[in-house]
Design a protein around this ligand. Structure first.
Ligand SMILES: Cc1cc2nc3c(=O)[nH]c(=O)nc-3n(C[C@H](O)[C@H](O)[C@H](O)COP(=O)(O)OP(=O)(O)OC[C@H]3O[C@@H](n4cnc5c(N)ncnc54)[C@H](O)[C@@H]3O)c2cc1C
Length: 434
């Protein structure tokens, strides 16, 4: 990988997401050599992917170049590569661009979409974990409309403008709300020759409430908001298959649709090589102790979505959210320095600042540890928190200006098919996420 030799211990970080970047910042100009590896040369602010998918924001405004983060860090290197394996015996990582030895390894690879083993759903539905995937969704939505105006076949037209979102978590809810607003404010003006009232947004949730990781009050408020926007919510319905045309479920209910967006589950984005005993197989997460140290290894750590740190308060590990990832990255940064100085380590304790989701203009739900609220104020809180969490002044400014423009003009000018989306065929299909 062409990394210069250093007399300092080498820390290799796999993944420049929330956890990896928080750790990198902590290791700035400390007595270590750091090599950060990522398959993208940018950090993605995933909470706003749904706005890219619905034309509200440009992709560049929610991404930040990793090299720019570490520009002024000494003995700090970035390499653009997909890491394929960890050789724990010889203390090295094996990537597409070559191999690299480590003294300390930090796995911060995040998570990927979980299709629960159903290859047909994986092949035919759309996922939204990365910027390229969001751009694919944006293209597909608009391509569907362009195709719908061409056909006189009513069932084909209905299928093209029927959007089904599977999974009633924050991603499904936010995307459903954004699509409903697009329908109301934009699509009916852009496509006057289509009967836009026929456009359907169906949100399918296997459990008995949407946003089931939030409070009961927030679930109910979100359901009310979505229903008022015309979204159809199907609770206690489990999708069993999607062949590219029809969704089948565990009941008699079926949906004929050209577009399924799958947000029903996530699993750790594992890299091969760790002992099976270090893994929570069901969710593909890595077992770590309170210092983020991987079970069975002295010098390997895991942080963020990929890590399962079980405690009394979190028997299933921390929620796969930005805050635990950021906080674990920061604490591990401090601990690695302590470790090198042979000083005591700080046990990780998650400071839960709450969670929130937005449903649309003036509509959001917020759960703070002691209070729950929704509506206009919640929406402003949601915007403020997301704006200030973005990396980089330019991104903050561009997103803010876009939001003001979209709010005043009821518009989303990012509705462009720049890179047409082509449905996967059996020959091109690979299960790896981009
Ligand atoms: C659509 C969406 C909306 C979300 N909304 C919210 C929200 O509102 N609030 C919230 O708190 N959380 C939200 N989340 C969850 C949050 O984004 C994640 O919990 C967070 O990104 C986890 O951080 P991480 O550092 O563990 O992983 P990530 O941020 O996913 O970073 C992992 C990095 O590792 C890299 N990588 C992975 N595998 C490899 C490999 N083999 N080789 C090289 N590089 C690799 C990836 O390219 C990526 O840059 C959302 C997630 C999604 C997908």
């Amino acid at each position: 990988m062409n990394i210069p030799h250093s007399s300092l211990p080498r820390v290799v970080i796999i993944g420049g997401g929330f956890a990896g970047i928080a750790l990198a910042k902590k290791l700035k100009n400390k007595k270590v050599q750091v090599v950060l590896l990522d398959k993208h040369n940018y950090h993605t602010f995933q909470p706003l992917l749904y706005q890219v998918a619905t034309g509200g924001l440009e992709a560049g405004s929610i991404a930040y170049p990793i090299r720019k983060v570490i520009q002024e860090y000494d003995d700090f290197y970035f390499r653009l590569t997909n890491v394929q394996e960890i050789d724990t015996k010889n203390q090295k990582v094996i990537a597409e661009i070559g191999e690299l030895n480590y003294d300390y390894l930090v796995i911060a690879t995040g998570s990927k979409t979980n299709y629960f083993g159903n290859k047909e759903i994986e092949r035919n539905s759309m996922a939204m974990k990365t910027i390229p995937q969001s751009l694919n969704i944006r293209s597909l939505i608009l391509e569907n409309f362009e195709q719908a105006v061409l056909t006189k076949d009513v069932s084909e037209q209905n299928s093209l403008i029927n959007f089904v979102l599977v999974g009633g978590g924050p991603t499904g809810v936010e995307l459903a709300g954004a699509l409903a607003e697009m329908k109301k404010a934009i699509l009916q003006k852009d496509y006057p020759d289509l009967d836009i009232a026929k456009m359907e947004i169906n949100l399918i949730q296997s459990g008995d409430r949407i946003l089931n990781t939030m409070s009961e009050a927030s679930s109910q408020a979100a359901e009310k908001f979505l229903t008022s926007l015309g979204v159809k919510i199907w609770k206690n319905v489990r999708v069993t298959n999607y062949d590219g045309r029809t969704i089948t479920t565990n009941s008699d209910l079926t949906f004929d649709t050209a577009t399924v967006i799958w947000t029903a589950g996530v699993q750790g984005a594992l890299v091969a090589g760790l002992d099976g005993k270090s893994l929570v197989e069901k969710v593909a997460r890595i077992k770590v102790n309170e210092y983020s140290q991987v079970h069975g290894y002295q010098n390997i750590f895991a942080i963020g979505d990929i890590a399962s740190m079980v405690s009394v308060a979190y028997p299933e590990g921390h929620p796969m959210m930005a805050q635990p990832a950021l906080q674990q990255g920061e604490v591990l940064g401090t601990n690695l320095i302590q470790l090198l100085k042979k000083e005591p380590l700080e046990a990780f304790e998650y400071n839960d600042k709450g969670s929130m989701a937005t449903i649309g203009r003036n509509k959001a739900v917020v759960d703070l540890p002691k209070y729950h609220f929704n509506g206009v104020f919640a929406w402003f809180v949601w915007m403020f928190v997301h704006l200030f969490s973005l990396i980089g002044f330019k991104n903050k400014a561009v997103v803010f200006l876009n939001w003001v423009y979209n709010y005043i003009r009821f518009d989303r000018e990012g509705r462009l098919i720049i890179r047409p989306y082509k449905k996967k065929s059996f020959t091109t299909f690979t299960s790896d996420e981009v």
